[in-house]
Design a protein around this ligand. Structure first.
Ligand SMILES: [Zn+2]
Length: 511
């Protein structure tokens, strides 16, 4: 089976921030998990590089748009190893192969009768690169997201006949109730469609930084149509000399933030229908990580929550966390503290609490004391006896649970299921008190069973946790002498482990 997962492509004007890291980490967890199941996985991320905001920024800086994007794109490409993500390709929408594919697909949409020429007049937010209907425009014609004035635009455009796809889209939503996940986002997208779809601009003619419209050189494609097609175009050239489209299209998951819901759940499926291409299985819409803006105001109101994004100027620096605690700590925290799919508050204080209580204490200490006991009581070799039968059912059920949860992209629920077992093994240590067994030679078999159960349990946890904390997982599995990551092996088994190494703390206290 193939599994294709995509992040949104990141707008190249911005500096990477926690929001980018969040989407990317989530996709990486899904991709790594599916590889552990033996699926044929392709994981795509990249940068969105066209559009008016780039042209304007380049003009302000006195460079060409190409120079600007060439300078900024590496900040996102370099983000991937910093987060320890395993993307299979990094697409840039200025790649010539992408641009050619955009022209090919949009020409087909025109040939299929879904494009016409007209005049656009209405509101536009240059920062969103999005046209706003009168209903969407905020107070005094400001952008509801940026709170900056909207621009009144009047220009010759080619239009995409979105309105013609209203019934098709409603049928799609009926037939594929998990096309948009989670459910409240499905409802939001559906309500947007039911409110009545208007045709949308497919091209712009007031600037030139975009993919040229092949049938009219005075236009470039509207940046969203160019950007959305990255998910499709990348497969045709990600591997030199090979076309992966048949192998991976359609995507299983597009993971996006809620601010780009309309484009992915309405425009994108309509475009694919218009081009005669297969639709993705799921668009998963995650929430925003929210940050308290500071001390509460006088008058006793709670702290104000604001969207954490560069354009709002309230940024939690994920790089500081990576520098001090490592990428695993950031990855774990992002997936753990806010239920994936919901909005939720994050803070450095909560990060510190979870790092210490869960990573350092629950899991890190379980690993340290288990390995230490194998060295202290059995000379560094895991005994060969059978694991404890009272423990096996609960530990062995974990893989099935995690797979079922990941099938619904419940990345937070899966961590909770795993943590139930982390806590179970910690209780097991206290219940069995191996330090007492070790004092009684007659109970050597019991001690063997406890040690093999703990070491095997630890191995299972390290395998299942790998997608969230890959570096720590690999370090622990190497220490155990069992580097295999496939989920089939994530069960308590006898005789799999032998000599173990020493283990430095997996999640050390900050310096
Ligand atoms: Zn805006």
């Amino acid at each position: 089976m193939s599994f294709y997962v995509t992040t949104p492509i990141y707008y190249v004007n911005a500096a990477p921030h926690l929001g980018h890291a969040y989407s990317t980490i989530a996709c990486d967890v899904m991709a790594r998990h599916m590889r552990q199941r033996g699926e044929d996985v392709f994981f795509l991320t990249g940068t969105d590089e066209h559009g008016e905001p780039v042209a304007l920024a380049a003009e302000r800086e006195g460079v060409t748009p190409q120079e600007l994007v060439d300078r900024n794109a590496p900040r996102f490409r370099d983000l991937m190893p910093q987060l320890n993500v395993s993307n299979d390709f990094f697409i840039r929408t200025t790649d010539p192969e992408h641009q050619a594919k955009v022209q090919e697909v949009l020409a087909r949409i025109r040939d299929n009768g879904h494009v016409y020429e007209g005049v656009y007049e209405g509101w536009y937010c240059p920062r969103c690169a999005d046209f706003k209907t009168d209903a969407e425009a905020g107070e005094d014609n400001t952008c509801p997201i940026h709170r900056t004035p909207l621009v009144r635009e009047k220009e010759d455009n080619y239009f995409f006949r979105l309105s013609a796809f209203q019934d098709d889209l409603l049928r799609l939503f009926d037939e594929q109730p998990d096309f948009v996940m989670p459910r409240h986002r499905y409802n939001e997208a559906r309500a947007f469609i039911e409110s009545g779809l208007q045709d949308v601009s497919l091209s712009r003619s007031t600037f030139t930084w975009g993919v040229p419209v092949p049938w009219d050189s005075s236009h470039v494609f509207y940046v969203w149509f160019d950007a959305l097609l990255n998910y499709y175009s990348a497969l045709s050239y990600a591997r030199p000399g090979e076309d992966l489209t048949d192998r991976f299209w359609p995507a299983q998951y597009h993971v996006i933030g809620k601010d780009i819901l309309k484009f992915h759940t309405v425009f994108w499926p309509a475009m694919l229908l218009a081009a005669g291409l297969a639709l993705p299985e799921h668009v998963f819409v995650h929430g925003f990580l929210l940050m308290s803006s500071g001390p509460s105001k006088a008058g006793g109101e709670g702290p104000e929550l604001v969207k954490m994004s560069k354009s709002m100027g309230n940024v939690l620096d994920p790089f500081a966390i990576i520098d001090e605690f490592g990428a695993d700590a950031l990855r774990y925290y992002c997936m753990r503290d806010v239920s994936f799919g919901q909005d939720g508050e994050v803070s450095t204080a909560r990060f510190a609490v979870l790092y210490e209580s869960e990573l350092a204490n629950d899991f890190g200490n379980l690993a340290s004391r288990t390995i230490a006991m194998v060295h202290r009581y059995r000379g560094g070799t895991v005994p060969s006896g059978e694991p404890d039968r009272t423990l096996a059912p609960e530990i062995d059920a974990l893989v099935g649970e995690v797979c079922a949860l990941l099938d619904r992209a419940d990345l937070t629920g899966a961590l909770e299921a795993i943590w139930l077992r982390v806590r179970r093994l910690n209780r097991y240590v206290e219940e069995q008190a191996p330090w007492v067994l070790a004092k009684d030679e007659a109970r050597a078999d019991e001690l063997d069973r406890v040690l093999v159960s703990l070491a095997e349990g630890l191995r299972v946890l390290a395998v299942v946790l790998h997608p969230w904390i890959p570096a720590s997982s690999e370090k622990l599995l190497a220490t155990l002498g069992a580097p295999e990551l496939d989920l089939d092996g994530a069960r308590l088994t006898a005789g799999r482990l032998g000599a173990v190494d020493k283990l430095e703390p997996l999640f050390p206290k900050p310096k």
